[in-house]
Structures are given as C-alpha cells and as structure tokens.
Unconditional design. Sequence first.
Length: 260
Amino acid sequence: MAEEQKPDQRRIDCVLIAGGKYHDIDFARLELLKLLAEDERVRTRVFEDFECVEAIAACDLLVSYTCDVTPSLQAQEAIRAFVAGGGRYYALHGTNSILRFLENGLVDTPDWAPHFMETLGSAFASHPPIEPFRIEIADATHPVSAGIEPFETTDELYLSRPRADLHVLLDTEFGGETPGFVDSTWARARHPVVYLRPLGDGAVLYNALGHCRGHYDLQPLSDWWPTVDRCSWELDVYYELLRRGLDWAKAPAIQRMKGE
C-alpha cells in the first residue's frame, strides 16, 4: 500500500501559457520554467495558447507570457472563473495585447476581447521605441514590491488603458509620442508597470516588463532582426520581481497545504 502523502509533500500545479508573435518566446518560456523549477513541489504544464480550459480550471496558479494571443470566449470565461474562484494569475509583458497591422503602416490595438482585458485589468495600446526609463515604487508595503528600490531599465514601456480598478505596485512616468501606433499621443502621466487586479476571491498580478527578441522573431515582417534584445531580463531586480510574483501566485496553494 502506498504511503499516505503528507500535506506539505503535495504538488502545486501550474499552467504556463507561452506563445505568440514578435518575441523570443523560447527564451521567456525557458527562463520561467527554470524559475518555477526552483520549487520542487511545482509541476508545470506548458501551452502555446489558452484553449486547454480543463487544465486552467484544475491548476493552482496560472502564468502567461504571450503577445497577440487572444483566448476564445470559452477560454476567457474559464480564466475569469479561475481567478474569481480564488485562483491567482501572474500575467507578463504582452499578455494584454491585440495587434493589427493596417495598410497605412500603423499598428492598431483593437478592443476585440473586452472580457479578457477586464479580467487582466488593462488593455495594451502602444509603446515608445525601446529606451531607458525609470521605475518607481508606488506601494512599498506589498510583499511583491517591499524593499525594491527604484531602478532604471531599458525595455518596451507598455502603455495600456485601464479596464478595472488597479492596485499599482510599480509605475513610471511618460508623456509624448509612440510612433507607429494608431494610439500615438500621450499626455504626461504615471503608468502602471506592476499592478494587482483583485477579482472575486482571487487576483491577477500583471508585470508589463520583460520584452525579449531574437534574430528570427519578427518573421514574417522581417527575416532577420539584427540584435538580440533581452531588456529587463538582464537585470537582477527583474528576476527578483519574477520570483516574488511566482511566490505570490503559489501562496494560496501553500496555505491550503498548511491548513490540512
């Protein structure tokens, strides 16, 4: 007869969605898997999109690094039910993006998945060219941001439109033009970089940093991208934020273990 499993020996099930366009998804997927593997209790299933709704419904935590990957309505409803039912979802970088390239050469970000964007708490609108900017701490008391000092990064500064009330942890200031996008003129304001979006009994943690691109990742727009871009992935503080985000996402599962 198999030995009875102790509560603190039980596994934590993670679903990682890593897929999409114009980014080095292989690099991001591998880095996130390595971070998840630092906790030997975590078992991770990996998908390129959100359509395995059974896996999402059954997991303890959901993590995504995507760009221009729009869930079907069924998947959007499954994600909403997972979070509202007490799940924790750590969404990264381009998860809130929908991109369409227009005949005039501009990039549009149409509002085609409002249910999903409301769950995430924001919808991507545009970004300026990759350049340095300063991250400030908006809430120094939350475990994800406590003790983090303001820092400089060179990354895509994601400018998004809010779709819910947000608890901002890290932010930055921007005002000016974002060439190439339909939504291209921005008044100077503070913009969330890392935030919490409470929903029902659960929450979404969104971290907009972390652009990455290799030589082949702009196909079919361009056969060869001349540089390998790692942006915030080159910073120790970014990995600290990733680890803290994963710890935040695992916390309810760990508490359930301790409570049994």
